[in-house]
Every structure is written in structure tokens, then in C-alpha cells.
Design a protein around this ligand. Structure first.
Ligand SMILES: [Fe+2]
Length: 287
């Protein structure tokens, strides 16, 4: 149901030397709000209005979430010219980590017939009266390890000729050691796309972000600079022989495309809670 209401934006990305064309479905900020009997009364009161907030034309975020996974299922036959090679999830798929939200997410990921890459969003593990707390870090963040190759902070996954590197920046910064690990992870790679929830700062993104959010939520520059680790990551992305071909992000809830350091494209996809998703078509750079 509701597949016909999805708003899918196709984005063609040229990647030099690819032997075939790849299609990926990018889902971000689905903000599932599924409550269960274990959710505190206080949280139910907070979350209930958010069910209406995350909807479009009376279709709720969980209905769009199911529709997006149905779309992935119905495009997983390799014989289909529109077949997907994978699903890329860049966080805030859950509005908060209720058991019912986690159960639905786990079920959908387990049923996928194609590979997926998952990177955390801040809401996935940390929200409302438990925001960025030591409790949330211990109780909720590790739950996502099983969907992140055992490491929610940084993990790498290859799908065909494309390597996805997922970086957790949901504390509004990269934790110490992430940049150093990234340097090792990038060694010997050719076609890397970095996936993270919060975009990196770009001058051309600043105005739109402030217009929407009243402040710049992006990492670095005139955005959020809790520490300097963003500079180290950005330097690796912009290095002369860097294999990074682009960044795939969410968090801002609106569509945007930018160039980090005027050089490396960053793709921001709008709210999947309202049925939006991006289809990346990665194809050889034929002259
Ligand atoms: Fe977010």
C-alpha cells in the first residue's frame, strides 16, 4: 500500500571505471512512531502528536516506511531493469528506540532480499528526556550493532564495485579515533561513498539550513563545532587521491545537493517520514 504515494527522486552519479550500473534506494528520517505498553506515559504524551507531525496527506510515517520496504522488495529481482542493488539508511529511521519501533525495523531489514547499509541517526538511540545521555549510549546505541556490521561508530560495506563507509556523527561530532580509523579504512579503496546522518557544512547549504531550522545544524564551518574532528574527516575526503566520491546524508529533512570543499558532492535526502526517498543511479563516466 501507498507505494504510489512515494516521492522518489532519481539522481545519476558518474563514477569513473564502473563495469556496470548500480541502483540504490536511500531512506532517511523515516521517524517511525510505534508505541507499546512499555513506553512511559510521559513519552506517550510527547510522541503522540509526532505521529501527526510525521505524515503526509494522512499517511503516517510507519505506512510510508512499509511502502518503501515494499518498493525495495518489488525491485529486488536482478532481471528487473529497475532492480535495486541495495538500500542505504542514514538514520532517524526511528523517532525513538521503543521496542515496537526496533521490532519493526529488525523485521523489515531481515526480510530484505538485497544488501543494506545502516548508519545511526540521533533519534534512533537518543531522544526527548534521554537525549545524548550516558544511559541512552549504553542502553540503546549498542542495539544497532547487529545492523551495522558489529560497529555503529564506523563500518564499511562493499556492494559490487561500490564501498560504503558509515560514520556515526549523531553526537554532533565524530568521536575521537573515527578520523584515524577512516584513514585506514580508505586505504586501497577506489569508489567510496560516506554515509552519515548529519551533513558536513558547506557554504551553499548554510542559508537553506538556517532558513529551515533557524540555525546551522551541519557539522563544522559555521555549523556545529564541538571539536575539530570534522576537519580531519573533511581533509581525508578532500585529499588529492581520496577515493571518496560522495557523501550520503539526511537529518535536515529537505532535499539538497552540495559540494564539500567545492569538490566532493554531498546528497541530502528529504523526510522519508513523508514518503520521500532518493534512487541513486551510479554509472560509468562514459565520454
Ligand atoms: Fe536527525
Amino acid at each position: 500500500m501507498y507505494q504510489d504515494m512515494l516521492q522518489l527522486k532519481e539522481t545519476h552519479v558518474k563514477v569513473e571505471g564502473l563495469k556496470k550500473t548500480y541502483r540504490f534506494l536511500h531512506i532517511t528520517d523515516a521517524h517511525l512512531v510505534l508505541l507499546d505498553e512499555k513506553v512511559s506515559k510521559e513519552r506517550v504524551e510527547y510522541e503522540t502528536p509526532r505521529i501527526g507531525l510525521f505524515s503526509r496527506a494522512s499517511v503516517r510515517s510507519d505506512e510510508f516506511f512499509d511502502a518503501l520496504f515494499s518498493y525495495a522488495d518489488s525491485h529486488s529481482d536482478p532481471e528487473d531493469p529497475q532492480a535495486l542493488d541495495g538500500v542505504l539508511l542514514t538514520g532517524d529511521i526511528l523517532d525513538c528506540p521503543t521496542e515496537e519501533n526496533l521490532r519493526r525495523l529488525g523485521k523489515k531489514l531481515a526480510q530484505l532480499k538485497i544488501p543494506y547499509v545502516y548508519v545511526l541517526g540521533n533519534h534512533d538511540w537518543s531522544h526527548f528526556n534521554d537525549y545524548h545521555t550516558p544511559h541512552a549510549m549504553i542502553a540503546h546505541r549498542p542495539v544497532f550493532s547487529k545492523w551495522s556490521n558489529g560497529n555503529t561508530f564506523i563500518h564499511k560495506q562493499k556492494i559490487g564495485e561500490i564501498t560504503f563507509v558509515a560514520l556515526d556523527d549523531t553526537l554532533d561530532y565524530y568521536e575521537d579515533g573515527v578520523a584515524e580509523t577512516l584513514k585506514e579504512v580508505l586505504e586501497g579503496e577506489e569508489n567510496v561513498f560516506i554515509m552519515q546522518h548529519i551533513p558536513l557544512y558547506a557554504d551553499t547549504l548554510h542559508e537553506d539550513t538556517v532558513a529551515y531550522w533557524k540555525s546551522d545544524l551541519n557539522l563544522g564551518g559555521k555549523g556545529v563545532c564541538v571539536n575539530d574532528n570534522w576537519k580531519k574527516v573533511q581533509d581525508l575526503i578532500l585529499e588529492e587521491n581520496s577515493p571518496v566520491k560522495g557523501l550520503i546524508t539526511g537529518h535536515l529533512h529537505f532535499w539538497h545537493e552540495d559540494l564539500i570543499g567545492g569538490k566532493v558532492p554531498q546528497y541530502i535526502t528529504a523526510l522519508s517520514a513523508e514518503g520521500n526517498a532518493r534512487i541513486f543511479v551510479m554509472e560509468a563516466d562514459t565520454v
